[in-house]
Design a binder for this molecule. Structure first.
Ligand code: SAH
Length: 244
């Protein structure tokens, strides 16, 4: 039986207009689509084949991941065109690397279709440029929830970096993260923002200072990004609006 390459497709942050042309083609051609929890319903509505929801909410992560690998391999070996649909970009906190390894170990070909990651495109939806030569020479994308087997980020080093920090999965541990940044010498008045459900109908954003982030996170909940750094300052955003 000839197999098709299994396709890991990035769905972008929400709005289906932010899918790449290639992502849309692969979605429409798929016999079966294995979709994560956070995929926007408007993107799921584009699926023409079988739609399997394989989100990990509330489950045992390792077992679920092994189950997803086995399901993809089984469907591909049965000759199906398999799309693994992941929020944002498949290789940014999406376990895409693990899935590629599992598929290649099973002798399958893999195609990766990059998507717009929420930490850039979602932050932009709140009017925040992740870099800006007037405010920040770079950006760090970091997880607030490293998970088993993954080292805790060196928050003190990040605090000293002078770069924009964009924290994924940071809502639940926001108070602890902010405390570590403050202990490392970051000013409590550092501009910060919380961007919730970017590029979806529920999008909300709040601006404040670093010490106010835990309250903002508690108010808006997940899925949200914590953004920390001078690019969040009202002045920078206002200046950008004037030059737009
Ligand atoms: N691969 C995804 C990230 C998956 S991790 C990407 O590239 O965007 C899940 C985390 O991403 C969430 O906890 C949240 O921090 C962030 N996230 C994903 N979609 C989001 C959205 N539309 N708005 C705000 N944050 C989002």
């Amino acid at each position: 039986m000839n197999t098709h390459p299994v396709c890991l497709v990035g769905a972008g942050p929400g709005d289906p207009e932010l899918l790449t042309v290639r992502a849309l083609k692969r979605l429409e051609a798929a016999d079966v689509v294995l979709a994560d929890d956070l995929i926007d319903p408007r993107v799921l509505a584009l699926v023409k084949g079988r739609l399997l929801r394989v989100g990990k909410r509330g489950g045992c992560i390792s077992t679920d991941q092994a189950f997803i690998h086995a399901l993809m391999v089984r469907e591909a070996l049965a000759g199906q065109r398999v799309v693994r649909l992941k929020g944002g970009d498949p290789f940014v906190f999406g376990r895409g690397g693990e899935e590629v390894d599992a598929l290649r170990d099973a002798g399958l070909e893999v195609e990766v279709v990059s998507g717009l990651t929420s930490g850039i495109a979602g932050v932009a939806a709140a009017g925040i440029p992740v870099t800006d030569r007037r405010a920040s020479p770079g950006v760090i994308l970091v997880t607030g929830h490293p998970g088993p087997g993954c080292a805790e980020p060196d928050w003190a080093a990040l605090a000293r970096s002078g770069l924009t920090l964009v924290v994924y999965m940071g809502v639940a541990r926001c108070a602890g993260i902010v405390q570590r940044l403050l202990e490392a010498g970051m000013a409590p008045s550092t501009p910060a923002a919380l961007v919730h459900a970017a590029h979806t109908p529920a999008q909300a954003e709040r601006f404040g200072c670093l010490h106010e982030l835990p309250a903002l996170a508690a108010a808006l909940g997940s899925p949200s990004l914590l953004v920390i750094g001078a690019v969040c300052a009202q002045g920078v955003r206002a200046a950008l609006a004037r030059t737009a």
